[in-house]
Design a binder for this molecule. Structure first.
Ligand SMILES: [Zn+2]
Ligand SMILES: [Zn+2]
Length: 246
C-alpha cells in the first residue's frame, strides 16, 4: 500500500476510535439529561406539595426547586459534536465514491461486502473504499480526516493512541527509540511512524527521500513522513536482531 493510503487509513482508524468515545459521552450525557428531567418535576409532585393540609411550610417547594423545574433542558453537546462529525465523514465518503474506482466499490456493494450507502457507518465505508482510492485522493482525504481529528481529539481529551517500539531503529533516519506504533483500530491496521527529532516543541518526523531512501517502503514518496505497516517493521526488526525472542 502507498504511504498516502497508510497515513489516511491510520487517520481514519484514529477518527473511528475517537467517534466511539464521542458516542459514549453522548450516551452518558443523554442519560444524565433524562435523569434530570425526571428529577425536577418529581420534586414538585411530592405528596406534601400535592395539597395535603397541615404538613408544615418547610416542606413547600423552595425557590431553588422551582428554578430547577423551570430551567430549559440542557443541550447534549456531545451528541451535537458526534452528529457534526458523522455529517463530515458522510460527505467525505461520498466524495471518495464519486472520484475513484466506482466499479470496484459497486461490485463490493453487489457482493454484500459493503452495505448500501446509509446502511453501513460512513467511516467503515470510507475505510474500505480508501484502499481503492488513487494515492492523490488518499492524500486529499487524509487532509480532511486530520482536520476532523484535530477538532474531535482535543474535545474528548484524548491523543491518538500510540506505543513506542522499544529497541528498534528507524530505517529512514537511523535513530533509536523513535519508531512509534499507531494503535487505533484492529491490530492488522496498525502502522509504524517515526517521531523523528524533537524540535520547536514538536516531533519532526523524518521524511522519505524517495527512490534512494533506506526506508524500504514500496512506492516511497519523496517528502512524505515515513510510515510502514506494523507487520513489515516487526519482521524487519526481528531480522536485524536475531537474538530477540519475541
Ligand atoms: Zn526516522
Ligand atoms: Zn523513505
Amino acid at each position: 500500500m502507498h504511504p498516502h493510503h497508510l497515513h489516511a487509513l491510520a487517520a481514519a482508524w484514529s477518527l473511528h476510535d475517537a467517534r466511539q468515545t464521542l458516542d459514549d459521552l453522548a450516551r452518558d450525557e443523554a442519560a444524565q439529561i433524562a435523569a434530570e428531567r425526571l428529577e425536577a418535576p418529581s420534586l414538585l409532585r411530592s405528596t406534601v406539595y400535592g395539597g395535603r393540609p397541615g404538613s408544615g411550610s418547610h416542606s413547600d417547594p423552595t425557590p431553588r426547586m422551582i428554578a430547577v423545574a423551570d430551567r430549559p433542558e440542557r443541550r447534549n453537546r456531545w451528541a451535537e459534536m458526534a452528529e457534526r462529525c458523522t455529517t463530515k465523514v458522510t460527505w467525505l465518503a461520498r466524495q471518495l465514491r464519486t472520484i475513484d474506482a466506482p466499479p470496484v466499490l459497486d461490485r463490493m456493494l453487489t457482493e454484500g461486502v459493503l452495505g448500501p450507502e446509509g446502511e453501513d457507518d460512513p467511516l467503515d465505508w470510507l475505510i474500505v473504499a480508501l484502499r481503492y482510492a488513487l494515492p492523490g485522493t488518499a492524500a486529499a482525504v487524509l487532509r480532511h480526516l486530520l482536520a476532523e481529528e484535530a477538532w474531535v481529539r482535543p474535545a474528548i481529551g484524548q491523543r491518538r493512541p500510540t506505543q513506542l517500539l522499544i529497541g528498534a531503529t528507524c530505517p529512514g533516519c537511523d535513530r533509536r527509540e523513535v519508531l512509534t506504533v499507531q494503535t487505533a483500530g484492529p491490530k492488522t491496521a496498525w502502522t509504524v511512524v517515526c517521531v523523528g527529532r524533537w524540535e520547536d516543541n514538536q516531533h519532526n518526523p523524518c521524511l522519505c527521500l524517495g527512490a534512494e531512501c533506506g526506508c524500504g517502503m514500496p512506492g516511497a514518496v519523496e517528502g512524505v513522513a515515513h510510515i510502514w505497516r506494523r507487520d513489515h517493521v516487526l519482521r524487519a526488526v526481528a531480522g536485524a536482531a536475531p537474538t530477540q525472542t519475541n
